[in-house]
Design a protein around this ligand. Sequence first.
Ligand code: ADE
Length: 260
Amino acid sequence: MRIDVVSLFPDFIRQSAAVGVVGRAQQRELLQVETWNPRDFAPDRHRTVDGRPFGGGPGMVMLIDPLRAALAAVRQAAPEPVHVIYLSPQGARLTQKRTEALARLPRIALVCGRYEGVDERLLEHEVDEELSIGDYVLSGGELAAAVVIDAVGRLQEGALNDAQSAQQDSFSDGLLDCPHYTRPEHHDAWGGVPEVLLSGDHAAIRRWRRKQSLGRTWLRRPDLLTQRALDDESRTLLDEFRREYARPNGAAGNDRRNKN
Ligand code: ADE
């Protein structure tokens, strides 16, 4: 997959895409991230990329032409059609489902705004989709673009070492992830790990993990449960979790974080 990023801060994009799973995906040539600075496409000698907003008000708005020319160069840089995304708080919320669909495309371009945003006409004529990473305002689209690159890059076939781990992610089946434990089996200050994980009984472990996923989702993100239908086993497991949670020293009693 190829991702082109139009940004006034290309170094930030390049550096954030060079580390970890996404960096490795690039080294393995599963993912190609290219950056384009609209300043390089500004026609004047001051390399102007922004202007005052018509109608007055604070801040500056990014000009059409440097962005338009940068996107024309993006489109020309490879033969596949490009799905162009603008990052902004006005966009649709990015979800794992949307991330999975984007990860299947051969090419996307991410346009990062700064200042008060970009001229609306650019969005109308050049942008296919507007995405937000959450209900808060960043000072530019770069951090959001880095989030999209990471979320999409790690889903490229071969990017993760353990083929299963993307399937086990939080949200991949609409639920939060279960708790994880590693050595030591018994910690001097904080005690042991749940017995079932040491039992070697794979069916019991799968059941326990599923129950924890359901329980955590019920406790922390009940909105996710209303969005999906539960099968019979899941309903039974969630009922068990709820009963245990209601007992003060129940097996689920330790998950009391974020309860406000
Ligand atoms: N640019 C500024 N804030 C943003 C947000 N919340 N999501 C995506 N892009 C942004």
